[in-house]
Design a protein around this ligand. Structure first.
Ligand code: GDP
Length: 300
């Protein structure tokens, strides 16, 4: 968790000095409140959440007669945590069912970090003493399969793959079967993310899910979102949420220029918790999402 804090502090997520200065101003005037709201919107928190946060904050400051910058900052922290859902269950479900492995489907648009996140997640689980099988169900690009194989080698997980153009559902089926044969705890299936048509995507992911359910059950559908893509990423997320029942979000590339507030918006829009955050390209750059650490980094 220390690492998450350090990484976020190094990235450009922070709401920065601007907000702290605003909160420190002698009198919280109408203009100051507006500027606070603008700062929150600039951080990608979204207009609805920003408005609500400022409204609640204003009421509480008034009712409590709170003026000191530290107190206002504390209240803002509480409001942000409230929006993010400090008590939300963010566990990634990885427990096997008897002799059948838990199944995690990783979905999202190409380039968001699906393969990388699949590899990094396998690394985390293996580090926890679990056994993992990876499935290369993005059969449309040979490079995607090769990339997953590289990750498998790197983290010590077998990779089930087929030739380019093979049926993604059959790769998923074989992955679950291999997982069961090897007594694996969890299988992670990396899927294709071509947003060519909504029906195409729906058919493909639906088929993968149905086929997996012949052998086990789908425990998690993790939607991978690139935090640097802002509104565009949100639009893509909506399409995925319409075609498949997403159970959690992995928000990648938070180490870069992303505005961290996107987490608030993503959850609000999709009603699905952010469970994992990607903080770099390396095997150890995946962390569970911790709202308190995140909000503290945002307010630093
Ligand atoms: P996919 O097409 O969705 O499978 O995406 P990839 O896993 O191939 O990732 C696309 C690019 O994003 C690669 O260059 C990854 O190294 C990079 N990437 C993935 N996750 C992260 C992250 O959390 N931070 C950074 N900086 N880069 C990432």
């Amino acid at each position: 968790m220390v690492r998450l804090r350090q990484r976020l502090a190094r990235s450009q997520n922070s709401l920065g000095q601007g907000l702290l200065n605003l909160l420190s101003s002698d009198s919280l005037t109408e203009d100051t409140w507006e500027e606070i709201e603008d700062t929150l919107i600039t951080a990608d928190i979204g207009v609805t959440s920003a408005t609500q946060i400022v409204e609640n904050l204003r009421t509480r400051v008034k009712v409590l007669g709170t003026r000191g910058p530290d107190e206002v900052r504390g209240l803002l922290r509480e409001e942000l945590l409230d929006q993010i859902g400090a008590d939300t269950d963010r566990t990634v479900r990885t427990e096997p069912h008897g002799d059948r492995p838990a199944v995690i489907m990783v979905v999202g648009v190409n380039g968001t970090g699906k393969t990388t996140t699949s590899g990094k997640l396998a690394r985390v689980l293996i580090g926890d003493g679990r056994s993992v099988v990876l499935g290369a169900a993005d059969t449309f690009r040979a490079a995607a399969t090769e990339q997953l194989q590289t990750w498998g080698g790197r983290v010590g997980a077998p990779v089930v793959s087929k030739e380019e153009g093979a049926d993604p559902a059959s790769v998923a089926f074989d992955t679950v079967e291999r997982g069961a044969q090897e007594g694996a705890d969890t299988v992670i299936i990396d899927t294709a993310g071509r947003l060519h048509t909504k029906t195409g995507l729906m058919d493909e992911l639906g088929k993968v899910k149905r086929v997996v359910e012949k052998k086990s059950q789908v425990d998690e559908v993790l939607l991978v979102l690139d935090a640097t893509t802002g509104q565009n990423g949100l639009r893509q997320a909506r399409v995925f949420a319409e075609v498949v029942n997403i159970t959690g979000i992995a928000l990648t590339k938070l180490d870069g220029t992303a505005k961290g507030g996107i987490i608030v918006q993503v959850q609000r829009e999709l009603g699905v918790p952010v469970k994992l955050v990607g903080l770099g390209e390396g095997p150890d750059d995946l962390a569970p999402f911790d709202p308190e650490v995140f909000v503290d980094a945002l307010l630093t």
